[in-house]
Design a protein around this ligand. Sequence first.
Ligand SMILES: Cc1cc2nc3c(=O)[nH]c(=O)nc-3n(C[C@H](O)[C@H](O)[C@H](O)COP(=O)(O)OP(=O)(O)OC[C@H]3O[C@@H](n4cnc5c(N)ncnc54)[C@H](O)[C@@H]3O)c2cc1C
Ligand code: FES
Length: 290
Amino acid sequence: MTTNPSIFVESSTVISNKKFKGNQHILRLLAPKCATSAKPGQFVQIQCGSQHLLKRPLSLQLVSKSSGWIEILFRIVGSGTTHLATLKTNDTVEVMGPIGKEFQLQPQIRKYLLIGGGVGIPPMIFAAHNITKETNHLSPFVIMGSETPFPFNPKPSQFLLDGIPNDVIAAMPLLESWGVPSRLTSLTDMAGCHQGYVTDLARLWLTECSTATLKQIIILSCGPTPMLKAVASLAREFNVDCQVSLEEYMACAVGGCAGCVVPIKTTLGISMKRVCVDGPVFNANDVFFE
Ligand SMILES: Cc1cc2nc3c(=O)[nH]c(=O)nc-3n(C[C@H](O)[C@H](O)[C@H](O)COP(=O)(O)OP(=O)(O)OC[C@H]3O[C@@H](n4cnc5c(N)ncnc54)[C@H](O)[C@@H]3O)c2cc1C
Ligand code: FES
């Protein structure tokens, strides 16, 4: 069944459902149609058991077109995600996707700074993968923040970066294996992480960039709204382009119910846009963060 030419509904088989500290899970599903067309910044709607009429929106963290799987990272917050946590290998679950506007990668060679917070980290991993593997862009720099343990075992980075203190060395092994530098931040005292906000660390790095380099940088970001507001403000401070992925409560997720509308600045004035299909990615300067 197809809802529009690019959104598919598939009965997906669970490949794996790995549990991590902080009530987090990484769920890998066989969903070949979704995997084939998915782009970084897009999400899927997942059926969360027969007791829930509404599917739940979750970002795509990674896909394999050749093997036909999609991967999501979720944190248990309510009954829907509690149900997802019970899924076992070979269970089936209905998935609709990929949904939404992806991050817009610019054709000219530019440097990407990817900033993810909490369950906003998945789209940054997907973006880092595609920028590195499928474009001629320079390797991105990824900054990730979390107040619960990261859903991977951080390891010291192989990359030294201008502006980043030498003791801020913790990185994500998967990104390191792709040759992508990353750094981790947390307000909690995690070894090797910057103790503070993602934007504090991003500022240290941006401050060391030359004016010419700053003109080549785009920030892509996903995370809690206060973080996105701070990222948008940082981008304005350094006069760099910035795209943010928003979260809203969603019902249909295909543009039909207007349950997810937010005001967005457009050339014609302020317009109500649906986060599910007009977003979730918007230009940071067009968003009202209040
Ligand atoms: C485009 C998009 C992408 C998302 N990607 C991810 C992801 O990759 N990983 C992840 O863990 N979560 C993600 N979320 C949030 C996820 O959809 C919700 O956590 C989930 O729907 C909660 O379902 P539930 O039945 O477990 O909880 P519910 O019982 O529905 O809600 C439990 C609590 O979570 C809050 N909540 C529910 N939905 C949202 C929402 N959309 N925004 C803010 N608070 C909410 C409720 O207010 C309540 O306090 C995303 C949301 C959107 C809109
Ligand atoms: S959730 Fe229905 S229009 Fe976006």
